[in-house]
Design a binder for this molecule. Structure first.
Ligand code: C2E
Length: 353
């Protein structure tokens, strides 16, 4: 969040701001997700910001605030703000925990040192003393022993709590990391993790002298479909196609949402024939299902996808591979859509470069 909003949310007007955000979200039919809340708190709190202006524009245009609209707004106006905040918060909590354990250990060490000194002086005092004096020394020792025991118990409890807290923080960070790599609408890998995975797959293919294929898939006539049925149904179509791609592109493959209605699948250690078979399976399964508008049972018809596939040549940079797969996809589109095209090998000079 921007510093202004962050300050307001910690100030006395925070409840009012949050309440106004929820009211305005409700009035525009916006789901109360964390991302939407962040967007709309900005909207009510910073009316002159570019984000607020864009929201005003969408309201005026009568655009529905679908998940993909929220996603696009967050990507454009709040890049990584929430995640950075969560990571910083988790980091702060971690260092606070570690500091409190360090303090507890230091205090236990001091008590133990004092106890040691008490024991040494007691044994000196006891030498040659009468029974009454010995009894008082032993009473003192018993008191000191109880103090050390209590401190040890407290330390053990604190360590237990810290352990639980560290596990929770580790899980939180893992979740944040997963969220940062995942596309919110479709649950496939996002563009960022796709880019990283493709680079890693190229390096691994070269290191192990293995093949590597890349498939790019695009939903046919998606824009027209969106215009006809609206963004909410458009989102459902994206989720449906993603679910098919995600099933066929499961690990060790990697399926990602590459852009709006474009997807990519990385096929490590696979030759063209097997990757092509998978893309064809995806294509046939997507088109085999007549989708329905669930609220009215209205028939939306079946969607089709076009794909392009490229086999990487040894040493070929990822950008070249992507470009070839993309060109093959456009060849599928130009040839009438609803098909898969295999890319031609790159010119020898392009690979050597
Ligand atoms: P979702 O609505 O969250 O549904 C998740 C999964 O639950 C579906 O995965 C399917 O296995 C099951 N499911 C949900 N509703 C129904 C139903 O009415 N009938 C049947 N037979 N199964 C149902 P699937 O099929 O892979 O779809 C993934 C996502 O794609 C769905 O998520 C939804 O967002 C979208 N979708 C799929 N088919 C349609 C459709 O005909 N109409 C609309 N509007 N969306 C659809």
């Amino acid at each position: 969040m921007s510093a202004d909003i962050e300050t307001s949310l910690r100030g006395p007007q925070s409840y009012e701001l949050a309440q106004r955000a929820v009211e305005v979200m409700e009035s525009h039919g916006v789901w109360p997700t964390i991302r939407n809340f962040e967007l709309w708190v900005h909207y009510v709190g910073l009316k002159t910001s570019p984000l607020a202006e864009e929201i005003e524009r969408l309201i005026a245009a009568g655009e529905p605030f679908t998940e993909s609209v929220g996603e696009a707004l967050a990507a454009r106006f709040l890049p990584d703000s929430k995640r950075n905040g969560e990571i910083l918060d988790a980091g702060d909590a971690l260092s606070r925990e570690l500091q409190s354990v360090a303090v507890a250990i230091e205090s236990a060490q001091k008590t133990s040192a004092i106890y040691g000194e008490q024991l040494a002086s007691a044994s000196e005092t006891l030498a040659g003393q009468d029974v009454a004096k010995a009894k008082s020394v032993i009473d003192d020792l018993a008191t000191a022993t109880r103090a050390v025991q209590a401190q040890n118990k407290q330390l053990a409890t604190q360590l237990g709590e810290t352990n639980a807290e560290l596990t929770r923080l580790r899980e939180n960070l893992e979740q944040v990391r997963r969220d940062a790599m995942t596309d919110g609408l479709t649950n496939l890998a996002n563009r960022k993790s796709f880019d990283e995975a493709l680079e890693a797959a190229c390096t691994e293919a070269d290191a192990n002298n293995q093949p590597l294929c890349l498939g790019i898939i695009d939903i046919d006539h998606f824009k027209g479909f969106n215009d006809t049925w609206g963004h909410q149904i458009g989102d459902q179509v994206l989720r449906y196609v993603s679910s098919v791609i995600g099933r066929m592109g499961a690990f060790p493959r990697l399926a990602a949402r590459y852009g709006g209605e474009e997807f990519a699948v990385i096929f490590p250690a696979e030759q063209t024939a097997s990757a092509h078979a998978v893309l064809e399976e995806i294509r046939l399964e997507v088109s085999s299902r007549a989708l329905k508008r669930r609220s009215t049972n209205e028939d939306l018809g079946a969607m089709t996808v076009s794909s392009g596939i490229a086999l990487r040549l040894p040493g070929e940079p990822s950008a070249n591979l992507l470009e070839r797969a993309d060109t093959a996809l456009y060849a599928s589109k130009h040839a009438g859509r609803n098909r898969t095209t295999i890319a031609a090998p790159p010119p020898a000079t392009a690979v050597a470069a």
